[in-house]
Design a binder for this molecule. Structure first.
Ligand SMILES: Cc1cc2nc3c(=O)[nH]c(=O)nc-3n(C[C@H](O)[C@H](O)[C@H](O)COP(=O)(O)O)c2cc1C
Length: 195
């Protein structure tokens, strides 16, 4: 199969990006991101999720004030000249759907991988001010704001480091974001659980 490793390579090379070039993302790519979310797995195929693509500069600037980046770096936030250039807000229109949370995770993953396939960086954000976002985007009361995906061309290249005793990501001396990941052997069991 052609490009047989493309999805795997895209997945393992993707890192959350929080510093962006100030270049606009074509609307077609943003729509592809949402289209890939629309076609994600959905519990009982109920498809309770909806999406807002936010690309208007003024509104993006307002949203920027309503989202929290990098909880492990309390003294750091993207500067205004490295802010995200677009957002996709993931919504749920069915309050009775008990599984929407999982649907939203699959949708978010499809969004970030589609973005990655166009070399666009992303960060899923749950540290968000939902009520303020509802007001800004005129989202009706009955609609749940699940999460926000921040998007933009990458202005950083985070790297994976071996997990030692902390999961906390950090900037090294050169301001490269180091992201500890636990080793495969610790997390993968074959045929039976081993301690
Ligand atoms: C459910 C969820 C919520 C997240 N919320 C935030 C957030 O509010 N702010 C942020 O900067 N990153 C957020 N992240 C990104 C994680 O910090 C990031 O995935 C993690 O540090 C691992 O880095 P990686 O994505 O580069 O592998 C979130 C990720 C997930 C899965």
């Amino acid at each position: 199969m052609k490009n047989e490793n493309f999805v795997y390579k895209t997945i393992i090379s993707r890192r959350s990006i929080r510093r962006f070039k100030q270049e606009k993302i074509p609307i077609d790519i943003l729509k592809k991101c949402v289209n890939s979310a629309r076609l994600a797995p959905s519990a009982a195929n109920l498809q309770p999720l909806e999406y807002i693509i936010l690309k208007d500069e003024e509104k993006c600037n307002k949203l920027f004030e309503m989202i929290g980046f990098a909880g492990y770096l309390p003294d750091w936030n993207p500067s205004l000249d490295e802010k995200p250039m677009a957002y996709i807000i993931i919504l749920c229109s069915d309050q009775k759907n008990k599984w929407y949370f999982r649907d939203a995770s699959f949708a978010a993953e499809n969004i970030i991988l589609t973005a990655e396939s166009y070399d666009i960086g992303s960060c899923v954000l749950c540290n968000i001010k939902k009520e303020k976002i509802k007001k800004l985007l005129k989202i009706p009361d009955e609609i749940i704001v699940d999460s926000v995906v921040a998007l933009g061309y990458k202005n950083e290249q985070p790297k994976i480091v071996d997990y030692k005793d902390s999961v906390k990501y950090y900037h090294d001396k050169t301001m490269v974001l180091n992201v500890p990941k636990k080793p495969f052997e610790q997390l993968c069991h074959i045929d039976k659980y081993k301690k």
